[in-house]
Design a protein around this ligand. Structure first.
Ligand SMILES: Nc1ncnc2c1ncn2[C@@H]1O[C@H](COP(=O)(O)OP(=O)(O)OP(=O)(O)O)[C@@H](O)[C@H]1O
Ligand SMILES: [Mg+2]
Length: 297
């Protein structure tokens, strides 16, 4: 079976500044694929090209086997996009927005209403269905965004930073919704700045940095790239003063401890996507975009 998304040699410059410098990857059907990168890395540009909105300078993109440059209309019929800037009408209610989207997508009024009510239920918006969107919280808005992109079930769903700015609870609710979609066979390509989000949600992750794919694989594969677990000895100020590699087993930790000489507090550090990110990219993630220690606990 062909991949849901096939990208090769994608290049894009804006005013002489190279943003994408040869990006390529495949996404399998039903997969959740995360594109991870700091601000300005080219995530939205990539999504724009894959969804026919932006023309690349070079490279090819096939979505559901269809060349995006040759037949953009056939591609847009099979996909949905939830963008970083939401396309909801504030003056209308959530239900009215959904019905309007259904009508625009070619559903008869009765079918559009039925689809709207089913989605309001699924995204926990029944209570606010008839309130103006201008009264919605950020989390409710994002859930409505996602619902809007599912009025007609897409083969491939593109989500550009779907949970940026959401609190932990709303984020988790959205993750559940995305998981259940993928479970139903929809392919999901999402961008994110949250390492935790990519780690928990994505089957595979592409890290983009300086316009290229710096790493691609499962979260476990990416973590393995930066090495295995280490026994760390922390000094009184908390800084690491000595470390030794270990496999994490009792015998392994004992052996590792035999090789260290410093006195201090022992900690076992397993590689995180943070370590991967810092080792691969020239720029760290936006500090604000990182989940706090509390959130990731
Ligand atoms: N239409 C455009 N014209 C000129 N420059 C652009 C245009 N679109 C994007 N850029 C530039 O390309 C670079 C990548 O932008 P892009 O929006 O793809 O990044 P991003 O990874 O989505 O960032 P963020 O995390 O902030 O959303 C940025 O430097 C941006 O200013
Ligand atoms: Mg963006």
């Amino acid at each position: 079976m062909t991949a849901a998304i096939e990208v090769t040699g994608l290049r894009k410059s804006f005013g002489g500044r190279t943003v994408l410098d040869g990006i390529g990857f495949d996404v399998a059907r039903g997969e959740i694929f995360a594109v991870l990168g700091p601000n300005g890395a080219g995530k939205t540009t990539t999504v724009g090209i894959l969804t026919t909105l932006v023309k690349p300078d070079a490279g090819t993109v096939r979505v559901c086997g269809i060349d995006v440059a040759r037949d953009p209309a056939a591609v847009t019929r099979r996909i949905s996009l939830t963008g970083q800037s939401a396309a909801v009408d504030d003056v209308l209610s959530g239900r009215e927005n959904l019905i309007m989207m259904g009508r625009l997508s070619g559903l008869a009024t009765r079918r559009a209403r039925a689809a709207a009510d089913e989605l309001l239920e699924r995204f926990d918006l029944v209570g606010a269905a008839r309130s103006r969107v201008s009264t919605y919280s950020g989390g409710m808005r994002r859930r409505l965004d996602l619902a809007l992109s599912l009025v007609v079930t897409p083969e491939v769903l593109f989500l550009d930073e779907p949970t940026t700015g959401l609190d932990t609870r709303s984020r988790r609710e959205l993750w559940d919704a995305i998981r259940s979609l993928a479970g139903g066979g929809t392919t999901v390509l999402m961008t994110t700045q949250y390492l935790e989000e990519a780690d928990l949600l994505a089957d595979r992750i592409a890290v983009i940095s300086d316009g290229r794919i710096a790493a691609l694989g499962t979260a476990a594969e990416l973590k393995a790239r930066v090495g295995g677990a280490t026994v760390e000895i922390h000094g009184p100020d908390g800084a690491v003063i000595e470390r030794a590699p270990t496999d994490g087993t009792v015998a392994g930790v004992r052996r590792a401890l035999d090789t260290v000489h410093a006195e201090g507090v022992v900690d076992i550090h397993r590689p995180t996507l943070d370590d991967v990110f810092l080792s691969l990219t020239t720029r760290a993630l936006d500090h604000e975009a990182r989940p706090t220690a509390l959130e990731s606990a």
